[in-house]
Design a protein around this ligand. Structure first.
Ligand SMILES: *Cc1c(COP(=O)(O)O)cnc(C)c1O
Length: 367
């Protein structure tokens, strides 16, 4: 008996992969002699973990020969208590991007549509395409805000999920509660609306929606949150969704088995317990954001409303050159070619340097 001839040529993969952009991570800071380098390209929290969180991680590290609790019981209970929701309405994952992937996976078949604003979070087109669904991108308005009327108009029979990123990464504005409520009233009840609140803790405007209240009011609303930003646990990968039981149950079925490590679970539980301490840091970052935005606007920059831990420079074709000017001063920011640059609020020295470079940039352009 002869074995079958191996086919010549590369392994066959799904054609969609050729259309999926590879995720561009924030680059590590490049050293410049005599200057401290700062990475303000990934919206990370510049504060190191709290001692109590480090202790929890160290304790959890002693049992990494064991699988983590697959039910994520302790963290789920702590979240349920804090948010005032049933444990059956919660689903965790290895970062909220993973949970979003599961949300799309449980709602979309091939060719089904996911509507979201654009420019928004760069992970969206990737997770949508990998799930086999189709992205429908609705341009932001002139103030870099979601155009919720246009998003409602973009919903078709094929739409299974709508994403609302508030505050919007990378541009900064949050949607208003009244406009979001009016939008939800227009969305068919069998279409899931996912409100991505990765930056909720940094918001200061009174008009910012209470997404948990909207989830209670509208059964088709899911709220997506993360421990990566305000809680400072980006490296441990843990996020969650709050949604009605049918959706949350489906998410738990779709989750990677034992995905959320015990280190991540214990760190998240300890962080919830220490939120008062973390909140002091969040408030410091918000104060720094306000300082940076005010300084940049004084210089003449048209910075959109900034409700996250980052600011958006609408630079158009100058995005990449501006990022290079920052890099030359050991400041790594995130350019979106042809559109703009996102800079995270970081250490005070990094923020000062950003303001300085931005001021010099304008002077050099006027010159
Ligand atoms: C950072 C971010 C997240 C969080 O991602 P994780 O996977 O939880 O680290 C989610 N949504 C948006 C819009 C973000 O900017």
């Amino acid at each position: 008996m002869t074995s079958p001839q191996p086919a010549a040529g590369p392994v066959r993969m799904r054609p969609v992969l050729s259309t999926v952009p590879a995720y561009t991570p924030g680059r590590p800071p490049e050293p410049v002699e005599g200057v401290t380098a700062y990475k303000i390209s990934s919206n990370e929290n510049p504060f190191p973990p709290l001692p109590s969180v480090l202790e929890a991680v160290a304790r959890a590290a002693t049992t990494v020969n064991r699988y983590p609790d697959m039910g994520v019981t302790e963290l789920t209970a702590a979240l349920a208590e804090r948010l005032g929701v049933p444990t059956t309405h919660l689903a965790t994952g290895t970062g909220s991007v993973a949970v979003l992937g599961h949300l799309i996976g449980v709602t979309c078949d091939a060719g089904d549509e996911v509507v979201y604003a654009w420019r928004s979070f760069e992970a969206y087109p990737i997770v949508v395409a990998l799930a086999g669904a189709t992205s429908v991108q609705v341009p932001l308005d002139a103030d870099a805000r979601h155009d919720l009327d246009a998003m409602a108009a973009a919903i078709t029979d094929r739409t299974r999920l709508v994403l609302v990123c508030t505050p919007n990464n990378p541009t900064g504005p949050a949607v208003r509660e009244d406009e979001l409520r009016a939008f939800l009233a227009k969305v068919p009840s069998d279409v899931l609306v996912v409100i991505d609140e990765a930056y909720l803790e940094f918001t200061t405007e009174e008009t910012v929606p209470d997404a948990l209240a909207l989830y209670r009011e509208f059964p088709n609303v899911a709220v997506l949150r993360t421990f990566s930003k305000a809680y400072g646990l980006a490296g441990l990968r843990v996020g969650y969704a709050v949604a009605r039981e049918e959706v949350a149950t489906a998410l738990r079925k779709a989750a990677t088995p034992f995905g959320v490590s015990d280190l991540a679970q214990q760190a998240a539980v300890a962080s919830l317990a220490a939120y008062d301490e973390l909140e002091v840091r969040v408030k410091e970052l918000v104060a720094e954001r306000e300082r940076v935005v005010a300084a940049l606007r004084d210089q003449g920059w048209a910075i959109p409303d900034a409700q996250g831990n980052f600011v958006w420079f609408p630079l158009g074709d100058d995005a990449v050159p501006f990022a290079q000017a920052c890099q030359a001063r050991a400041l790594t920011v995130r350019p979106f070619a042809g559109e703009g640059v996102r800079a995270s609020v970081g250490e005070t020295e990094a923020n000062d340097r950003l303001i300085e470079i931005a001021g010099e940039w304008l002077v050099s352009r006027e010159g």
